[in-house]
Structure formats: C-alpha cells, structure tokens
Design a protein around this ligand. Structure first.
Ligand code: CDP
Length: 252
C-alpha cells in the first residue's frame, strides 16, 4: 500500500453498499476451475478467478532434489510460486523475488499439512504455480489450483484446501479483494481452510483489524472457502465424469 493523495483513491464502496465491481461485501468473484489442464504433469489445474489466471502443475512423489532435503519417514512438499513478467500492469522482473519465496513457503506448508506425506517416505511432491494474470488474491488462487492439481495427481490428502482473502475496504469487511481493494484498502487477510475439520492452515494479515472485525472477517472467509470447496469438487467430478453423490457430504 503506497502513499497516495485522497484524489487518487477510487470510490471503493458506493452509496448503495456495492463494491467497485458491483459485488456485495460477502460476494466472491466468478471462479472457473479446470482440473487436468496440462498433459505432461502428473496432476494439474487451471484457475480463472475474477481477473486472476493461475496454473498449477504437480509432479511426484518423485526423487528429492536437492538430495539433502530428503526425509526418511515422509514426503516433502516443495512449491514454486512464480509470477509471469506479463501478469501485472507494470512488467515484473522475471525470477524469484522475496515475495515469491515467501508465498512459495507458506503455500508449501499449507499443502504439506493436508497431504498424507508419511505414505511416501524419501520422496518429494513438487508443486509449480504460475501466475499468468494477477489481480490480487493470487496466493489463494495458487492454493486452490495446487490442491486440485494434487487431487488430480492422485496424491492422498485429508481434504482439498479452499482459500480466499478477506479484508477491510473503506471501513467495510469484504470477501475476496480485487486489486484496487487490496491497494487502497485498510487490511488484507488471506486464509486457507480444511473444510471437514475447520482447521486453518494458512492465515496472513497485512494492515489492521479490530478484534470484532477480525471475527467477522474470519466468518466471512470460512463461508467463502466453503463455496469455493464446492467449485473445487465439481471441477474434479467434471474431470473424471463422476456423477452421483458426493462422498465428502456423506452423513451430513
Ligand atoms: O496476489 P496476492 O494478493 O496473494 O499477493 P499481494 O502481495 O497482496 O499482491 C496483490 C496484487 O498486487 C497481486 O495479485 C498483483 O495484482 C499485484 N502485484 C503487482 O502488480 N506487482 C507485483 N510485483 C506484485 C503484486
């Protein structure tokens, strides 16, 4: 968030309570997920979410590189989040900067917590996330794409991992921030949820929220993740032409 004059700040919430793109506070941007979008990878997924376009490719379990990272009793999850030079308005210098390294690390940790890693000792599960077009929330789109890609690769997991950012914009708590809201808003809080257990495996925060605002934001994010979870499961059903009941909803 840079310092800008008041005249530069767009109207983020209109008098009708609608956001800059017409959404209500708790509304997600449109999302489309294509599971198995790439032929060469063991598993893949392409996520189009608002103006974000993010591809994830999964390889493994396979030999660990570099070798010294190998763990005797479990697989490791390695992740590389990368933004294409043409993905943002101002051309991004190619290569891994500090931001990409941080995002790669938090995504790898989130994914590792849902993969049954002990089933594949001394191996690596490699996740590549390529952001082709960015409009805020790309780490969340990356988590969504990566977890569908892991499922597509047949890697056993506790659950899929829906993810979304919540935040504060012009004094309002809102779901799924787009670029202007991220740039000019007061807070941005990406999260990832294990839906079946309700456990949060990624939670970051930029900006400030009061305790009450945090609680509201968390509830909004959890509800958003549950909606996204449905879209993720549908993408996998479409990929494998599965019809009929959803096993994760058994007994509900
Ligand atoms: O993308 P995400 O919200 O997870 O991460 P961020 O660091 O909060 O970045 C927010 C947005 O800023 C990105 O999605 C891009 O649209 C934009 N950005 C950019 O234009 N140039 C960069 N080098 C990094 C981010």
């Amino acid at each position: 968030m840079g310092s800008v004059g008041a005249k530069d700040v767009p109207v983020l919430i209109g008098e009708d309570g609608r956001r800059i793109d017409g959404r209500r506070a708790d509304e997600l941007r449109p999302m489309k997920i294509t599971a198995g979008a790439l032929h060469q990878a063991d598993g893949s997924a392409f996520v189009e979410w608002g103006m974000n376009k993010v591809m994830a490719a999964v390889y493994g379990p396979r030999e660990v590189h570099p070798r010294h990272l190998q763990e005797n009793n479990k697989a490791i999850v390695q992740c590389r989040y990368n933004m294409a030079a043409f993905s943002v308005d101002e051309r991004k210098r190619p290569g891994l900067d500090r931001r990409s390294q941080e995002i790669s690390k938090v995504i790898a940790e989130a994914l590792e917590s849902v993969v049954f890693a002990e089933e594949y000792p001394r191996t690596s599960i490699d996740v590549y996330i390529e952001v082709l077009q960015a409009n805020a929330g790309t780490r969340c789109a990356g988590v969504v794409a990566a977890s569908v890609a892991l499922a597509d690769a047949g890697i056993p997991m506790v659950d899929l991992l829906p993810s979304v950012a919540v935040g504060k914009v012009a004094g309002h708590i809102v779901l799924d921030l787009k670029k202007e809201e991220d740039n000019f808003g007061e807070a941005d809080m990406p999260m990832a949820l294990v839906p079946q257990s309700g456990r949060l495996v990624l939670l970051q925060m930029e900006g400030r929220l009061s305790k009450a605002e945090f609680a509201t934001a968390l509830d909004m994010g959890v509800a958003g993740c549950k909606t996204i979870y449905g879209t993720m499961k549908q993408a996998l059903r479409d990929r494998y032409n599965v019809t009929g009941s959803d096993p994760t909803e058994a007994g509900q």
